[in-house]
Design a protein around this ligand. Sequence first.
Ligand code: SAH
Length: 365
Amino acid sequence: MFGLDRAALREQFEKMGEAGFRADQVMLWIYRRGVSDFELMSNIGKALRARLAAHFVIRPPELVTEQVSVDGTRKWVLKLEQAEGKPVTMIETVYIPEANRGTLCISSQAGCAMDCSFCSTAQGGFSRNMSTAEIVAQVWFAGKTLGGDFQNERVISNVVFMGMGEPLANYNNVLPAIRILLDDFGFGLSKRRVTVSTSGLVPFIDRLGGDVDTALAISLHAANDKLRDQLVPINKKYPIAELMEACKRYLAGKDRKSHIIYEYVMLDGVNDQPEHARELAKLLNGQGQAAKVNLIPFNPFPEARYKRSTPEAITRFSEILRAKGLLTMTRRTRGDDIDAACGQLVGKVQSKQKKRLGDIPVRVQ
Ligand code: SAH
């Protein structure tokens, strides 16, 4: 069920000879009430409930581990359904509670093929795309685990595609998932509270802009091609100038209040010097208030070849950007004690799983 957005579910219902609005009712039960048993859907007739139970399943992913950080951040390792003869595949989902919002950071691929040099997910390589159902199920699972009643308590107010994987490299499965997140009959999240983060797949930034209204974050990390080629290799295919053009086209199609978040990981001595800040300010200059910079202190992982910038370097960097009129925030590190911070997903789980499962070949990517 989690794999079908409203248009697709209505189509299925109509094929079964049922009225389309019945699909809407079922979606409300699933996404607004957290119900996974057709028998509990009291406004659906008995006969249809039986047909639904025969046709569909509403099945959350299997929980492997839950870790809770001292700061309240939670990380779940979830096992995806395993096709016969295929390796065990696990992904991670992170919940970050804050005073005025709760953000769920979801994965869109098992592993990642983008190969960014500062990201631990990249080190494990790419395993496979997640289906729409697997992407959506993370949100449903988290909602249930965090407190059941989806209707009244907004424990999850924001969803960010900043977990494992490159969402725009799995566009066909990610798009219906976004639709379910935004749909009033789905999770009903507001369009500014669903953020797609991308390393910069230009053609899909254009498609996203045309297909759906959501917030966009760009993993920029460097303002010149030489450095960005090293940090974010997809830059060799879609260099900065092309990426910036795509960002402008994206904004041109949106209302005036829209903005783009530019993520910038702070790597000691690599991209954190005053000249880098000035270069970044110059690059984003033309976008005015539509550009927001999010500085992310680097989160280390085993085998990382970088160090986190010093607090002084981060402050100096953000002051230069602010002086140039750019809205700049430094992302607070959350959940790093349980390896749930940006760029830390999966590394340690992999080795733990291998140990626990003995000689079963486990690929957690
Ligand atoms: N593939 C998507 C989304 C996943 S990563 C993307 O590239 O945007 C979410 C953010 O965390 C990205 O900006 C990513 O560059 C950043 N990140 C990756 N590794 C990191 C690390 N070790 N420390 C801090 N941020 C990191």
